[in-house]
Write a protein that binds this ligand. Structure first.
Ligand SMILES: NC(=O)c1ccc[n+]([C@@H]2O[C@H](COP(=O)([O-])OP(=O)(O)OC[C@H]3O[C@@H](n4cnc5c(N)ncnc54)[C@H](OP(=O)(O)O)[C@@H]3O)[C@@H](O)[C@H]2O)c1
Length: 343
């Protein structure tokens, strides 16, 4: 298998592998944590295959995914990777909160550095936007962390076009992480064009539709009882029954092309542009190998159009998150800077 190529992410000099590895499912949200030894093997296999852009967050576990990466990156591995982590979702007293105030940002960064056992984070994202804190204030602290050498590049996840612009005016944003896949297209209208105008790289999360385009609706029968996807609207029985047809048609097209449906869905994301880096998540070496195979699937404009006609926004039933629990980009605008009073 050919080694995975490289790409520039954003305009500040960061270079990453053309496909990243989402590490979330190794420790959190998708059923019980997977055996540490196997996950370390998978991470090493990814790096050896050229997938060096690793994605984690302090909320995955919480904390255990970063600890896992810290262990995996010992013995000279750290120097071979671009390590991205995130802050901003906190679980204080068991209650979920979103924080972007300077003291929290600093403490979160120190915590991640410790767990990852590194001196500097390559790409540090705000995972969700704190709508009580002007984005300029959060960015001010992140900028200080860059100046102190604790983080190299800054990213935002689930941020609106306006928030991105305001943040970028304080310090250049290197990457926006957003959900982008065949069945999640809402970012195309405003956010993607804003990133392109400002020279910001795009990191596509859940590019396989959280596994839907790899395994189809049958995946729901095999996932654990506490799997987070059991609560997502798109994975509810009545919506799945409807969305099934879409999967079947993508699968038929994949068979004709001689690839898997997951590879076809991932290739569609890769074809969005040289500024887009998808970060499919997996816990299995064989699935990882299949996913990097998507880089060799070439799609014509006609095939892209055909895929988009199968999986149009109207064809998909169910929101990507349940209301009120997601803090998506749609509710990510922050108050004006003039309103901020620091204690
Ligand atoms: N910024 C954010 O708010 C946010 C939100 C969600 C995710 N993320 C990041 O994005 C990464 C990827 O997203 P995701 O994990 O939600 O979704 P995804 O990449 O769309 O799909 C992952 C799922 O697909 C399965 N899968 C992967 N490759 C497969 C293959 N070749 N054949 C069959 N099944 C396959 C995985 O199961 P197996 O483990 O069995 O392969 C897993 O259940 C995460 O790991 C995380 O780092 C960020």
């Amino acid at each position: 298998m050919a080694r995975v190529g490289r790409m520039k992410l954003g305009s500040q000099g960061l270079e990453v592998s053309a496909q990243g590895l989402g590490c979330m499912g190794m420790s959190a949200f998708y059923g019980p944590p997977k055996p540490e030894e196997d996950m370390i093997k998978l991470i090493h296999h990814a790096v050896e295959s050229g997938v060096t852009f690793l994605d984690t967050s302090d909320v995955y576990g919480p904390h255990t995914n970063e600890i896992l990466l810290g262990k995996a990156l010992k013995g000279g591995m750290r120097e071979k990777v671009e390590l991205a982590t995130k802050f901003g979702i906190s679980y204080a007293d068991g209650k979920r909160d979103v924080r972007g105030d300077p003291a929290y940002v600093r403490a979160a960064c120190e915590g991640s550095l410790k767990r990852l056992e590194i001196d500097c984070i390559d790409l540090y994202y705000q995972h969700r936007i704190d709508t009580r804190v002007p984005i300029e204030i959060t960015m001010g602290e992140l900028k200080k962390l860059v100046e102190e050498g604790k983080i190299k590049y800054i990213g935002l996840s689930e941020a609106s076009a306006l928030t991105i612009r305001r943040a970028h005016a304080v310090h250049p944003i290197t990457a926006i992480q957003l959900e982008w896949s065949l069945w999640t297209r809402d970012v195309e209208e405003q956010i993607v064009p804003t990133c392109r105008e400002l020279g910001i790289g795009i990191v596509a999360y859940s590019p396989l539709g959280r596994g839907f385009f790899s395994s189809g609706p049958k995946m729901v029968d095999t996932i654990a009882k506490d799997d987070f996807r059991k609560h997502l609207p798109r994975f509810q029985a009545e919506n799945l029954e409807h969305n099934k047809t879409m999967f079947e048609r993508v699968n038929e097209m994949a068979t004709k092309k001689g690839c898997t449906p997951g590879q076809l869905a991932l290739a569609w994301v890769h074809h969005q542009g040289s500024d887009v880096c998808p970060i499919p998540g997996t816990t299995k070496i064989e699935n990882f190998d299949q996913n990097i195979g998507a880089l060799s699937v070439k799609l014509t404009p006609e095939e892209m159009a055909e895929l988009e006609s199968i999986v149009s926004a109207e064809a998909v039933k169910g929101d990507r998150y349940s209301g009120g629990t997601s803090f998506t980009w749609m509710e990510s605008d922050t108050p004006p800077l003039s309103s901020w009073r620091s204690e």
